[in-house]
Design a protein around this ligand. Structure first.
Ligand code: PBG
Length: 325
């Protein structure tokens, strides 16, 4: 049936019709809100390149988590900024490390919030790389035991889920074994399965104070031109026991999200990363775009591409918009 019998505009005539026909619906249930915790008391340091995002001490973090919960958000992703960094990233797996303390406090003081932890060495190492350095490069196999220890320490502190973001080969299996061997078989793994070496992480590295001190992350994170390789990475992580697989970044990789959705039945998460957030915030501040509309359009595109879950710094802003609708 073609024009004039068929007129697509008939179903776009007003807002109720458009809502009735919307193929993709964003929900606050889809969001995971990333948060940064640092040592100290009553600290709240703004991340200059990410308006609205702070590095906070545990007391202030808990205040914000209460607010996050009130908005209907169900899960947070926690990053720790340690007191001290060293070659081996020891604070990352210390039971009294910043993140372990934060998890315990959250679990003591806030009910019913899913705490997911980022598992990676880069926030804790003095060189800023995601693993242990041997002969000038990150040693894959040596790093695995530290990632397993870090994951276990998060689970012991009370984390609900761990999210390895280091991109070492074989880490999901090693983490699964370590958790299971210590009685944490119910703790889920959300793996950063297809994580690209992306310039969109720039603002995050200011937030997490984790830029690599030499070289870059291209020998372990994925090369942007590749999508078939992403499917192999995802398949490996699923084989090793990942419960949720993530594509990261989201916006410049919507085709990867779509391919992942079509290739696998596992839940797919997509990380709307710091640079994607900062660009929208910056252009919005300058009055060059309508920040709120662009935010909702971006998040909808990530869902439409096939993501079940969206990790986003916009979670609070978007939850407010959704609650008005
Ligand atoms: C740690 C990690 C990074 C991000 C999440 N976990 C930085 C990186 O790999 O360089 C980026 C998140 C963002 O940009 O919002 N490895």
């Amino acid at each position: 049936m073609y024009f004039p019998a068929y007129r697509p505009r008939r179903l776009r005539r007003n807002s109720n019709l458009r809502k009735l026909l919307a193929e993709t619906k964003l929900s606050v249930d889809d969001f995971i809100y990333p948060m940064f915790v640092r040592p100290g008391k009553n600290k709240k340091v703004p991340v200059s390149s990410m308006p609205g995002i702070y590095k906070q001490s545990i007391d202030n973090l808990i205040k914000e988590i209460r607010e996050v919960k009130k908005l209907g958000i169900k899960a947070i992703l926690l990053f720790g900024i340690p007191e001290r960094k060293d070659e081996m990233g020891t604070e990352g797996y210390d039971e009294n490390g910043i993140i372990q303390k934060a998890i315990k406090e959250i679990k003591k003081k806030v009910e019913d919030i899913i705490v997911i932890t980022d598992v990676c060495m880069c926030e804790y190492t003095s060189h800023g790389h995601c693993g242990i350095i041997r002969d000038g490069d990150v040693d894959n196999d040596e790093t695995l035991q530290y990632l397993a220890r870090m994951s276990l320490s998060h689970a012991q502190a009370g984390a609900d889920m761990v999210a390895p973001s280091d991109m070492m080969d074989g880490r999901v299996g090693v983490i699964r074994d370590e958790l299971d061997a210590n009685g944490f078989s119910s703790i889920a793994i959300m793996s950063y399965a297809a994580k690209y070496a992306s310039a969109f992480y720039g603002p995050f590295r200011e937030a997490a104070e984790s830029p690599p001190q030499f070289g870059d992350r291209r020998s372990y994170q994925m090369d942007p031109p590749n999508v078939r390789e992403a499917l192999r990475e995802i398949e490996l992580d699923i084989e090793e026991g990942a419960d949720i697989v993530m594509v990261k970044p989201a916006l410049a990789y919507l085709d990867v999200i779509r391919a992942a959705r079509e290739g696998f039945d596992h839940p797919i998460a997509a990380y709307n990363v710091s640079g994607e957030y900062s660009m929208v915030k910056a252009a919005g501040k300058l009055g060059w775009i309508d920040e709120e509309l662009v935010m909702m359009e971006v998040l909808t595109s990530i869902k439409r591409a096939g993501a079940d879950l969206i990790l986003t710094y916009f979670a609070k802003d978007a939850a407010k918009v959704l609650s008005r609708k």
